[in-house]
Ligand binder design. Sequence first.
Ligand code: ATP
Length: 256
Amino acid sequence: MTRLLDIRNASRRFGGVLAVNDVTAHVDEGELVGLIGPNGAGKTTLFNLISGFTPLSSGTVAFGGRPLAGLTTNQVARLGMSRTFQNLRVFPNMTVFDNVSVGAVGALPQGALGALFGGLSESGRQRSADISRRTWEALEAVGLTQVAGELAANLPYGQRKYLEIARALAMKPRFLILDEPAAGLNDTETRDLAAFIKRLHGQGLTVMLVEHDMTLVMGICQRILVLASGRKIADGTPDAIRNDPAVLEAYLGVDA
Ligand SMILES: Nc1ncnc2c1ncn2[C@@H]1O[C@H](COP(=O)(O)OP(=O)(O)OP(=O)(O)O)[C@@H](O)[C@H]1O
């Protein structure tokens, strides 16, 4: 199997807090991996280290064999890694279509300025067509084509979550990182989301997700990494994780 993400001895310190402490982990091409851990375990910080939003204090992260140190978030995204956020980052006063096209623009080499000023040339027109095609494909994938012209603010919360996923998909990633995709969703919505993530994975996308909803994580992930107090304490199949004494102790605060 091809190693897609390779995290070696990654640490991140915020003042006196070692939010991520010497974590070594990997994700292979084609995997669907969950990242779990109690509140404050360092999950979001690890995601931020992987996707270039937070620099490492020490250690390395490589994606597709390429070290990510010093790359901007846009450069990391262009290598084929896109992500969603725990707190939705949707632009409420933009249409659904425009929100998603931001992802499509970010994925193309010229960046946003090229998209704005390149419009009159042949290559500019080609580029606009690419952005539009990617945007419609992503909207189609999440089932939001019917509301493409609506303001994002008018969408119900559940659909705004899919809007954020569509923006990530518009970048045509190899690797999709989802930060708490089920937060705020009801049981039916969570089940639909689980089926949707499985479908994306079935289409060949490598996926990693942070999630507190254990039914979702245990139900769809092939492998689960567990963090507690910044350290990786387990890495295994859902069955192995369910029965791991260190995991039970971290969650329940008791010796299992
Ligand atoms: N920018 C920051 N500045 C200072 N401390 C931070 C910062 N980001 C995270 N921390 C601290 O690092 C630790 C890990 O936080 P992180 O948000 O990564 O955990 P988490 O596992 O994602 O938690 P949750 O499940 O509650 O979202 C916490 O103690 C947190 O307070």
